[in-house]
Design a protein. Structure first.
Lengths: 465, 537
């Protein structure tokens, strides 16, 4: 399609406020992307002027957002997500698409501009969208195409929506250009192994990249709810006396192909890592034990820690209700032991997703909870129970939040590091000596692997130039 | 800042890195005048939005105190209806959350001056403490006509509801401040007072005195909802988090400052209040003086209630009250006559429903003030506010002095515009700066262009309502964004000097500007005789 054929259309005027779009993306060779975008900006400005005066469009970019897509369908889905948050984050978006069906597809680009009125109102703000497509055999040329397209002096985010990027060629080549990496550990094939690897490899190999995880963002409400229990003068002392934590996470249905239930404990481990890192709980061996389960049911896991000299146990167990993503938390309960450690708890604090009865939404992968019930029981007082709004955030809401942060998230990094210690079964870093394995289920494929070499410098795919 | 009576809570390590450093203690908000317009349009929606946003703790409760014959259940129904109408979050969107919130709403029916009502309130609060774990923590919100403030404050004191660690005399006995009892009770009581805080200096001093009989200054939160606006708080961030502005933020580089609060609305349904208040009391004495203080204050030593309010207070002290002669030279008042707004004919002020046909209440006020300190000596601050002006706009414009050398001498003089930095408070919240630029072409021609930052496009986040921020601050015990006793009294000292002079003068010739214009011509004269002009908005 020739650039002159591009036309301006108005999308979904009622759903998301008036938005401008330059229509079907225009194909263009990599070295003409910028000049093609200039043309499109002119089209947008003319259309905006016709609609609402010269000041109706803001031509400002605040960040570069690189996106990895492993299929055309995935790329289309990610574009819809990004379109939804254009109003909040005017950006240059570069989607790196590999088509698995076209091994030798030459690297090529398409461009378009999408504008939207921000949620708070005001002028239209616009995203420049560039798609860089390649085939399986040409993917090695993609970094050399993408790096020159990055806008100078603006932060560079890489959104890796599926799986772990650490062993991927594209990530290793782009690593030095990145400021932020956004992953989703709910999509990790081997959640524990990949988390452990992230905990050590990112810090060692890419210390400048501030990594985050949309699965961590899913925990924000949980962390706030848990923290809130201990804000008051009356309940604050209990925080130092917690002796057991019960974390229930969701499991999808048993896979027909393997007869096993895929398990993702990433959220539960990050929450446990957060509690331990903030409260100074020290892991004691065996740190991470798998508890035997019946049949094909997934196992529960037990973490052993010390708070001062007192033991703290964190039980991570699969629940019989489904969540929106694999491993979504269903409930968290913290208990404070009474005088008799074997007797009833002196106090308990619980956050529990609700919106249906126990088991009512079992195996409903799409079911979204609306609220949580907050239960507090303290010996000698009336138990309290209340409902709070706690909707499962959508991917665009999560990405929107992640794009607001430009620096390292110390709290996340510390939680991830402790989660890594849980998974590896030792506080020592990878490569620092023999691993002290936990008992039970094999810890992870990732943790057993030797550390990977430092990333290579980006290679020029066309050495002759 | 944490009130002196309160025991600081040990930091919660789980809060580290979170947006909110802590959530509030479980508390009861007692709203006096809960059946009124402010409560239903602003306060209850703010509380509900905070609740939905997880900003309020479990057990949080609301007690309405008013004269109408409601029950707990009927009040809940009324609140639900109002929230459906005015709140960002609607009960119907999340019925379970509403049910949870509604369980914490209670009602006490009483006249505001009836001691038995306060005894009933004390009983109800005790019951709520036991059932919902609110531990004696209270916010009293005075959302009644101001005539009732003194009755409510005195009765709260006498009923032992104001300060748990003081003893209160019986009616007619002298009050003893030294009777604080040693106690391990860590509960707190705070009181929020709506504007108008008095109607002149002596009534404001008297209200402060009455408040201090029952409450300490640390317990008193005088609300000015302008200070809850994001853009107003951003004045402090803009000035003190950026290194480039402070060096030029003085008489050396600034020519003058204009603060405009323009409203296109008339008095609407507030005629009975407005006619006794007028533009000076309603807007200039409080909101505009606060804006001026934020623009002119020195950098505070810390961002806390004490340090910020100390610096604002110093600015207000540096403005000398006008003498009667100075009032006539530096203050212009106006009242709108019939005219048109947005192409639609509107009546004059005296024709508005509820306004006496011979009313001499001002609906427009403009003034020229000086802050007599080293930073601002000789720099005029022009303030104007009016109703039924052509558009709604609140802004602070800082106009810089011209470049010292006219380098481009062959340029037409009228092309040279001064640099203006504008803090847009509402609408189109943001900041813009005008500067000179060369018009493309073979000759040197200059044109003023502007560089704009807009909240909407830069953040895309819907700002919380001012009341949400302020009520939460009060529950958290942070009074930085509330007005302190000395500030209120100094603002009234300035306003009262003007009001007293107006009383001595012959009645003004009103109306003196048509609705839909930028105010009386005397307002233009006020600034033009200094060789300056009002910004065209």
């Amino acid at each position: 399609m020739d650039a002159t054929e591009s036309r301006l259309i108005t999308k979904n005027p009622s759903a998301e406020g008036p938005s401008l779009d330059t229509g079907t993306p225009v194909p263009v060779s990599i070295d003409y992307v910028d000049s093609q975008l200039t043309e499109l900006w002119r089209d947008v400005a003319e259309a905006a002027q016709a609609k609402g005066g010269i000041a109706a469009v803001t031509m400002a970019q605040v960040l570069n957002l690189l996106v990895r897509a492993d299929s055309q369908t995935a790329a289309n889905n990610y574009t819809l997500v990004i379109d939804a948050i254009t109003g909040s984050h005017p950006a240059r978006v570069i989607t790196m698409l590999t088509d698995p069906n076209e091994d030798n597809l030459p690297v090529q680009a398409w461009v378009s501009i999408h504008c939207q009125v921000p949620p708070a109102g005001g002028r239209q703000v616009c995203c420049e969208q560039i798609w860089v497509a390649s085939g399986a055999n040409t993917v090695r040329q993609v970094p050399a195409a993408v790096i020159p397209l990055i806008l100078a002096e603006l932060p560079v985010f890489l959104w890796w929506p599926k799986g772990s990027p650490l062993d991927d060629y594209l990530f290793r080549q782009l690593g030095e250009s990145l400021d932020r990496l956004i992953v989703d550990s709910a999509t990790f094939e081997n959640a524990e192994g990949d988390l452990a690897k992230m905990a050590s490899r990112l810090r060692n190999d890419w210390p400048k990249i501030a990594c985050t995880d949309v699965n961590w963002e899913r925990l924000t409400m949980w962390r706030e709810m848990v923290a809130q229990f201990f804000d008051g003068a009356g309940t604050r002392p209990y925080l130092d006396r917690i002796r057991s934590v019960d974390i229930e996470f969701s499991c999808p249905t048993i896979s027909a192909a393997t007869g096993r239930t895929p398990v993702n404990r990433a959220q539960a481990l990050l929450l446990a890592g957060w509690l331990a890192s903030r409260l100074g709980w020290q892991p004691v061996e065996p740190v991470y034990e798998m508890l035997r389960a019946d049949g094909n049911s997934p196992s529960a896991a037990r973490l052993s820690l010390l708070c001062g000299g007192d033991p703290v146990t964190i039980l991570i167990r699969p629940g019989n209700r489904a969540g929106a993503v694999p491993g979504d938390l269903l409930s968290v309960k913290l208990e404070v032991a009474g005088q008799d450690p074997n007797g009833p708890a002196e106090a308990s604090f619980e956050v529990c997703m609700s919106g249906g009865g126990e088991g009512e939404h079992e195996h409903e992968p799409e079911y979204q909870y609306e609220h949580a019930s907050i239960n507090v029981e303290i010996a000698g007082t009336q138990p309290t129970r209340r409902s709070v709004h706690m909707e499962e955030p959508t991917v665009d809401m999560l990405l929107d939040k992640e794009l607001e942060v430009f620096s390292h998230d110390k709290i996340y990094e510390e939680a991830l590091e402790v989660a890594g210690i849980f998974i590896r079964g030792t506080g020592k870093r990878e490569g620092e000596g023999p691993r002290k394995l936990s008992t039970g289920e094999p810890v992870s494929a990732g943790a057993a692997r030797s550390p990977s070499p430092r990333p290579n410098k980006p290679q020029n795919p066309n050495p002759g130039q | 800042m944490v009130a002196l009576l309160e025991t600081p809570v040990i930091a919660n390590p789980l809060r580290e890195g979170m947006t909110l450093e802590r959530t509030a203690d479980p508390a009861v908000v007692v709203i006096f005048g809960i059946t009124g317009d402010l409560a239903h349009r602003k306060l209850l929606p703010a509380l509900y939005n905070l609740y939905v946003g997880h900003r309020l703790p479990g057990g949080f409760s609301v007690v309405g105190f008013a004269r109408r014959p409601y029950t707990d259940e009927s009040l809940r129904e009324e609140v639900k209806k109002s929230l459906e109408k005015y709140a960002r979050n609607k009960p119907s969107q999340r019925p379970a959350i509403w049910e949870s919130f509604a369980q914490g709403i209670f009602y006490v029916q009483s006249n505001f001056d009836d001691p038995t009502g306060y005894r009933a309130l004390a009983g109800k609060l005790k019951e709520i403490d036991e059932q919902r774990g609110t531990a004696g923590n209270r916010v009293y919100y005075l959302s009644t006509p101001p005539d009732f403030y003194s009755h409510i404050v005195a009765n709260l004191g006498r009923a032992g509801l104001a300060n748990p660690r003081r003893t209160y005399p019986a009616v007619g006995e002298a009050f003893s401040k030294g009777a604080a009892a040693a106690s391990t009770d860590t509960s707190w009581r705070r009181i929020i007072i709506e504007k108008p805080f008095g109607h002149d200096l002596s009534s404001a001093v008297e209200l402060n005195r009455q408040l201090s009989e029952a409450f300490t200054e640390e317990q008193i939160y005088r609300i000015d909802h302008y200070l809850g606006k994001e853009t107003v708080q951003n004045i402090l961030v803009f000035r003190f988090a950026n290194g480039i502005w402070e060096p030029i933020w003085s008489r050396r580089y600034i020519d003058h400052v204009q603060i405009t609060v323009a409203e296109s609305l008339g008095v609407e349904d507030r005629a009975s209040y407005y006619d006794t208040a007028g533009a000076l009391r309603d807007m200039l004495q409080n909101h505009m003086m606060q804006l001026l203080a934020l623009v002119a204050m020195e950098p505070p030593a810390a961002f806390d209630a004490q340090a910020v309010r100390d610096e604002k207070s110093k600015v207000l002290r540096a403005i000398k009250p006008f003498t009667p002669v100075e009032v006539q030279q530096n203050v212009v008042r106006g009242q709108y006559g019939p005219g048109a707004i947005f192409g639609k004919a509107v009546p004059g002020y005296r024709q508005e429903e509820g306004v006496p046909p011979n009313s001499n209440t001002e609906t427009f006020v403009a003034t020229r003030l000086f802050v007599d300190n080293w930073r601002w000596s000789g720099v005029p601050f022009y303030l104007r506010h009016g109703k039924r002006l052509p558009k709604r706009r609140t802004e602070i414009a800082i106009q810089f002095k011209p470049a010292p050398l006219a380098l481009f001498q062959h340029t037409a003089a009228d092309e040279l515009q001064p640099n203006v930095l504008v803090l847009h408070i509402q609408p189109d919240e943001g900041i813009s700066i005008d500067f000179q630029s060369k018009v493309p072409g073979p000759s040197i021609r200059l044109r003023s262009v502007d560089m704009t930052f807009q909240y909407g496009t830069s953040f895309g986040i819907e700002a919380a309502e001012a009341y949400e921020r302020l009520i939460l601050d009060c529950i958290l015990g942070d009074s930085t964004l509330f007005t302190r006793r000395d500030e209120v009294e100094m603002m009234w000292r300035l306003a009262t000097a003007i009001l007293d002079t107006w009383k001595q003068l012959p009645p003004p010739v009103f109306p003196n500007y048509p609705a839909g214009s930028w105010g009386p011509t005397a307002s233009d004269d006020l600034i033009e005789r200094d060789g300056r002009s009002w910004r065209r908005l």
